[in-house]
Design a protein. Structure first.
Length: 640
């Protein structure tokens, strides 16, 4: 399986927030030197800039997930995961309870994402230093469109994490851009404009897993951003039936945003619907026949073991067609429903040079390590947990997602392939192998684990902790030299075609798009209802980083105790979990209640105090984390 290096410039350290390279040496550069005056000098230089832009996603997804990766954080902050892990794994538990251990706990994505924005601004401003020739128009437009799209994506993640922040749209930052601005009135119009520029400028070449965005990716993220803005900031309620406003594309000075590729004054709900329908009609994407094809546990090597009559047999994939296995054409990485993703490859190292980013194992999908089975006792041994391998056991699925999913199956009288395709039932999946051991330093063990991203092994692997990737075609030994931590190369999906279909049903009330997703899962096709869409999104995208922001937009920015997110989060209280081997521990909030912490924070994290200090008052701390919030409500407490 060919893996792609996303960053040619990973060794470059990112620019920290709001600093620029205005000071230049008073020397005449040699013509062969790469500097601000000569770079980019050709289209290949712009490609290198794009590689550096995309590499920010590897920095986030390839580091310690509880420190670096926002999409993992959003799963932990939702009602679908606990913090869990061992007694010492306090960072992941603190974010689950919406509290903090230290004033700078949530800094890494803040700095990293602004570094990505800086790289996008450099590309956008300097692309015409390249001496473009006749016939280069499409290439220039594609590369510029990718720059706008990625700036919009990184800015979207920034404001979903931290709320009102500085909006940076220039490589050399003027004083007005140092000021925190309203996400609702200033930042989202710019995000939408960047996505409009992306979808206008980029071509429709899908690339099948080459890591680059295209017009359809921009159209899909246009919908995701618009729906969050309408639901959260405009409190639009049910989007299919409510009065959903258009978003006016005005800058901080209330002037129309003017940038290449964006000439519209506003984007309406109908514009978003049209963009999604363009993907359906012209994108060529389609659902994989079998949901299990999306995940590495369905690889053909494991399938072959299940059918060779020798050794172990993983029953869950025995009935699959071999051509639908994860590593077959059109499946797995680069599959037919994958619009956009973070890609990984076997080139990780403990200390990739690069200043702030030097601790990241950038090319390994590190959530596989975090969501792996807790490794003490018999866990992580092939004879007891085959085919799943060991890891940190952090972010375990909550009792809530299993219980709610099972209830939906019982009420509807069906079996949803996605439930056991997404979750490992620890008390039953390993029956006959000796059973799962709840180790003594575990916290908040629900009895379930994430199957989608769990590390997978083979009977043919030479030792415990080896992963199936070491037997896959094209594998070379990881420079990390630690297979349990380094050999994880499954794409982390950022946008799949089912999201396009479900967004269309949610916006239009037309069930036929949702019905396609239901049919693939073995779920009876239902008429439209908001509850049906909410359930389908929860089941389809479990553990893919989408749930928490869906909860927030279905809640709006004026939550009460009965609003969607506070109510769902508080439902965790009273669930029975395993702690220190005791299967009768009752979940409770760390400091007050999930309801109160969500209402106080509106789902935003604390801005890093170091950046607030750097900005000399121009950056304000978020409600729920500021000096008006009692310390004993927002500060981590050792429960166990």
């Amino acid at each position: 399986m060919k893996k792609y290096i996303l960053s040619l410039l990973t060794v470059l350290s990112a620019t920290t927030l709001l600093t620029s390279c205005n000071d230049m040496l008073d020397t005449e550069p040699r013509k062969t030197e790469m500097n601000k005056e000569t770079f980019p000098g050709k289209s290949g230089d712009v490609e290198s800039q794009l590689a550096a832009i995309y590499s920010i996603m590897n920095v986030l997804g390839g580091g310690d997930s509880d420190t670096t990766f926002p999409l993992y954080w959003w799963e932990i902050m939702s009602d679908d995961c606990y913090g869990s892990g061992g007694l010492q794994d306090n960072k992941v538990k603190s974010m689950h309870y919406l509290v903090q251990m230290s004033a700078n706990q949530y800094e890494f994505p803040f700095v990293s994402l602004y570094g990505g924005v800086k790289r996008c601004n450099d590309l956008i401003e300097n692309i015409d230093k390249v001496p473009w020739q006749e016939g280069d128009e499409a290439l220039r437009a594609q590369q510029l469109g990718e720059g706008f799209f990625m700036r919009g994506l990184y800015t979207l993640w920034l404001t979903q994490l931290y709320g009102d922040v500085p909006l940076i749209t220039a490589s050399e930052v003027p004083a007005e851009m140092e000021e925190q601005v309203s996400a609702d009135e200033v930042i989202y119009p710019q995000i939408i404009a960047d996505f409009v520029s992306g979808m206008t400028l980029m071509g429709s070449d899908r690339g099948y897993g080459d890591g680059h965005a295209n017009k359809y990716v921009a159209e899909a993220f246009l919908a995701r951003a618009y729906m969050f803005w309408a639901g959260f900031y405009q409190n639009a309620g049910e989007l299919a039936t409510g009065n959903v406003p258009a978003i006016n594309l005005l800058d901080r000075n209330k002037e129309p945003i003017k940038q290449e590729g964006c000439s519209v004054a506003s984007i309406s709900k109908q514009d978003v619907i049209n963009a999604l329908k363009d993907i359906v009609s012209n994108g060529g994407y389609k659902l994989c026949e079998d949901y299990r094809s999306l995940w590495q546990y369905s690889n053909s090597l494991l399938w072959d073991e299940a059918h060779d009559g020798e050794g172990h047999a993983y029953k869950f994939i025995e009935d699959m067609k071999r051509e639908n296995c994860f590593d077959q054409p059109g499946m797995g990485n680069g599959n037919t429903e994958e619009l956009f993703q973070i890609q990984f490859m076997n080139a990780s190292a403990w200390g990739i040079p690069g200043g702030y980013y030097s601790t990241a194992r950038q090319y390994s999908c590190y959530v596989s390590c975090f969501w792996g089975l807790r490794c003490n006792g018999n866990n992580g041994k092939r004879d007891f947990t085959y085919p799943f391998n060991e890891g940190w056991g952090q972010g375990t699925p909550s009792c809530n997602i299993w219980d709610d999913w099972t209830h939906a199956e019982e009420v509807g009288n069906y079996s949803d392939i996605r439930k056991l395709g997404s979750l490992i039932d620890l008390d039953h999946e390993f029956e006959g192998l000796g059973g799962y051991t709840y180790v003594k330093d575990d916290c908040e063990e629900s009895g379930y684990a994430v199957k989608k991203f769990n590390s997978v092994e083979l009977d043919a692997c030479g030792a415990d902790k080896d992963t199936w990737w070491s037997k896959a075609p094209g594998y070379t030994s990881s420079s990390l030299d630690n297979k349990m931590q380094g050999d994880h190369f499954e794409d982390f999906y950022l946008m799949r075609y089912p999201d396009v279909l479900l967004m269309l049903t949610e916006l239009t009330g037309e069930p036929q798009y949702m019905n396609q997703v239901q049919k693939r899962a073995g779920v009876p096709e239902t008429p439209y209802s908001l509850e049906a869409v909410q359930n389908e999104r929860r089941w389809e995208f479990a553990f893919e980083g989408i749930r928490f922001n869906d909860m927030r937009r279905w809640t709006g920015n004026k939550p009460t105790t009965t609003s969607y997110a506070p109510k769902a989060l508080q439902a965790q209280a009273g669930k029975t979990t395993t702690h220190h081997g005791n299967k009768k521990y009752t979940m409770k909030h760390m400091t007050c209640s999930w309801t109160k912490r969500y209402i106080d924070t509106n789902g935003f994290l604390a801005k890093p105090q170091s950046q607030i200090n750097l900005m000399n008052g121009k950056l304000k701390q978020n409600p729920g984390w500021d000096s008006d919030t009692p310390e004993d409500e927002k500060t981590y407490v050792t429960l166990y």
